[in-house]
Structures are given as structure tokens and as C-alpha cells.
Ligand binder design. Structure first.
Ligand SMILES: Cc1cc2nc3c(=O)[nH]c(=O)nc-3n(C[C@H](O)[C@H](O)[C@H](O)COP(=O)(O)O)c2cc1C
Length: 314
């Protein structure tokens, strides 16, 4: 077991009540209690997904979180996937204090969530989306670079450009998402204006992630060039692991959501050709399957070493 590093204090850790500004990304079927409780117990923030659309299961997962951790955790409302307007009441009823909203219009749920006393961060892929979310009254932003895994704006912008751009135009705290797996990435994100980082692909490959080992090993074996961007000229844009199937789909004018039909066979059966394995470019930097606690604590230790090293240039 790793030694617990001293807390890193930012506006976001204060808002969330966590020791480390490291957030586990919401991910359909994956971001459930087994993974999220490990993250929260390690001092980061676990997030439970709703993008699977399986709200009954999600309710059970939230209940399970209360047994598995006494630490804070959040819930994501992936608006494109949960069209049920009762989602807000659902989240409020679960007594969750922190919500990220994504893949949709920030004016839709922000006022209602905030009126219920929740802290709301919206996920944005562009400056225009960030300004719209601010106008809607969000407490913070998750700024998501196009190198990250998952659904993406077809006009993708890398974190290196997007983060400092958004951070320079807003006053609310910013979480950096896309391309982060370690303390060097975290230090870079902080240099660019972030006060927390969110990890998706790194958490898919974590020991406590519920996905089949074939996907974890594919991430470990992937080069930085082993993802594809699908629906570049259509919607929804998405970044996924390069497989035979996605290499073929990469050239298609439009990739239909039916390609996700056998997601469970991929996620839990390990058949990487059964559907689309959402994965970010940072897979090229992930070299082993590691327990969540060591990922988070090592990231924080490396972050501090990076910050110390940079003092040399003062
Ligand atoms: C398998 C997978 C599923 C995802 N599902 C969601 C989701 O349901 N809601 C959401 O807001 N983001 C989702 N994302 C995006 C992540 O929240 C995160 O921002 C992204 O993975 C960060 O980039 P990284 O993969 O380089 O860490 C998903 C990403 C992956 C890899």
C-alpha cells in the first residue's frame, strides 16, 4: 500500500471535500460503485454514471457507495443519454452533493440542480460552450480536450490549447480532462489553469475497473497512435481504441449508435470487436494495470516533484 500523500488544496478540493484534486471520469457501466468507491476512499472523487440509462441499477450503485465509502462522491448527468426529465429529481433524491452535466445544454438542468443545493460543473469542449455554461450559472467547468476518450465535439481541440484559453476567460474553477494519467500531466494541467484533473482512460484500466481484462491489456499495449476519431464530419464524434472494427468505421461518413449494440460483450465479455471501446490517446502512456489508490497517490507525489523541479526555473 502506498503512503498517503499530504492533501493538495484547491478551490475544487474545498468545494468537494476531498484530499486530492483527482476525479474519476463518469463512464457508462464502468463508473459504478466498485471503481468510484476505490477512488473516493483513496482521497479523490469517484463519480457514478447515468449514461448507461439504467437508472434502477444506478440507484443501487449509489446505495452501494454509502456502504463502501464515507467519503464524498458525485454523479454525472449525461444529457444526451438520459432524456428522462425526472433525472434531476432522481439525483436530488439520492442526496448527492456534486453533479457534472455533460453532452447537452447547460441551461437545461443547472438552475434546478442549484436550487436543490447541489454543486454543478458542466463539461465543455470549446470556449463558446464554456461561456454558455457560465451564463447558465454553473459552479465550475470540466474542460475536455479532444485527445480524451469518449464522445467528443467533431471539431476537437487538444487540452494544451483549450485549457489555457478557457481558464483565461472564466473565474470559476476548472477541471482538466483529456490526456491525463500521472503527475506530469496534472502539473501541466495546473500550469494551464486547472485546479483538478479528471481521468477516464487511466481509470478504465485500473485494477478496480469492472471491464474485462482484454480491454485493460489493450490499453496497456496501445501506442499513442492507437485510437481513432469516428464521425469527424457527423455526430456524435467519438474517440475509441483502434481495432479492426473501428479502423474500418474510421472511414465511414456516419457511424450509427447501433455499433454500440453489443457493448456488454466488449466491456464485460472481452470481445474487443463486439462494439466500440471508448479510449483516449493517453492509452499510449499507460504501462500497467494498477490499483486506484496507487494511481492517485503516485500522481499526487509526482505532481509535487514536478512542481518542485519547475522551481529551478524561477
Ligand atoms: C469508456 C468511456 C466512457 C465515457 N463516458 C462518459 C460519460 O458517460 N459521461 C461523460 O461526461 N464523459 C464520459 N467519458 C469522457 C470522460 O468523462 C473523460 O472526460 C475522458 O475520458 C477524459 O479523457 P482521458 O480518457 O484521456 O482520461 C467517457 C470516457 C471513456 C473513456
Amino acid at each position: 500500500m502506498s503512503t498517503r500523500p499530504a492533501p493538495v488544496r484547491t478551490r475544487i478540493t474545498e468545494m468537494l471535500g476531498v484530499d486530492y484534486p483527482v476525479i474519476q471520469a463518469p463512464m457508462g457501466w464502468i463508473a459504478r460503485s466498485q471503481l468510484a468507491s476505490a477512488v473516493s476512499n483513496a482521497g479523490g472523487l469517484g463519480i457514478i454514471e447515468t449514461s448507461s440509462g439504467e437508472l434502477d441499477n444506478v440507484r443501487n450503485e449509489i446505495r452501494a457507495m454509502r456502504d463502501l465509502t464515507d467519503k464524498p462522491f458525485g454523479v454525472n448527468i449525461a444529457q444526451a443519454f438520459v432524456c428522462d426529465p425526472s433525472i434531476v429529481e432522481f439525483v436530488v433524491e439520492q442526496n448527492v452533493r456534486f453533479v457534472t452535466t455533460s453532452a447537452g445544454d447547460p441551461t437545461k438542468y443547472t438552475a434546478q440542480l442549484k436550487a436543490a443545493g447541489l454543486t454543478v460543473f458542466h463539461v465543455v469542449p470549446t470556449l463558446a460552450a464554456a461561456l454558455k455554461a457560465i451564463a447558465a450559472g454553473v459552479d465550475g467547468l470540466v474542460v475536455e480536450g479532444g485527445e480524451g476518450g469518449g464522445f467528443k465535439n467533431p471539431r476537437d481541440v487538444a487540452s494544451m490549447v483549450l485549457l489555457p484559453l478557457v481558464a483565461s476567460k472564466v473565474d470559476v474553477p476548472v477541471v482538466a480532462a483529456g490526456g491525463i494519467t500521472d503527475g506530469a500531466g496534472m502539473a501541466a494541467a495546473f500550469a494551464l489553469g486547472a485546479e483538478a484533473v479528471q481521468m477516464g482512460t487511466r481509470m478504465v484500466s485500473a485494477a478496480e475497473s469492472p471491464v474485462h481484462d482484454n480491454w485493460k491489456q489493450a490499453i496497456v499495449n496501445a501506442a499513442e497512435t492507437d485510437t481513432v476519431f469516428l464521425n469527424r464530419f457527423s455526430r456524435p464524434g467519438l474517440r475509441a481504441l483502434r481495432t479492426e472494427r473501428t479502423t474500418r468505421l474510421e472511414r465511414d461518413e456516419h457511424v450509427d449508435m447501433s455499433e454500440f449494440g453489443r457493448t456488454r460483450d466488449l466491456y464485460f465479455g472481452g470481445d474487443l470487436e463486439a462494439a466500440i471501446a471508448l479510449t483516449g490517446q493517453v492509452a499510449g502512456r499507460i504501462e500497467s494495470v494498477e490499483p486506484v489508490e496507487s494511481i492517485i497517490h503516485r500522481t499526487v507525489d509526482e505532481f509535487r516533484r514536478c512542481v518542485d523541479r519547475l522551481q529551478h526555473y524561477r
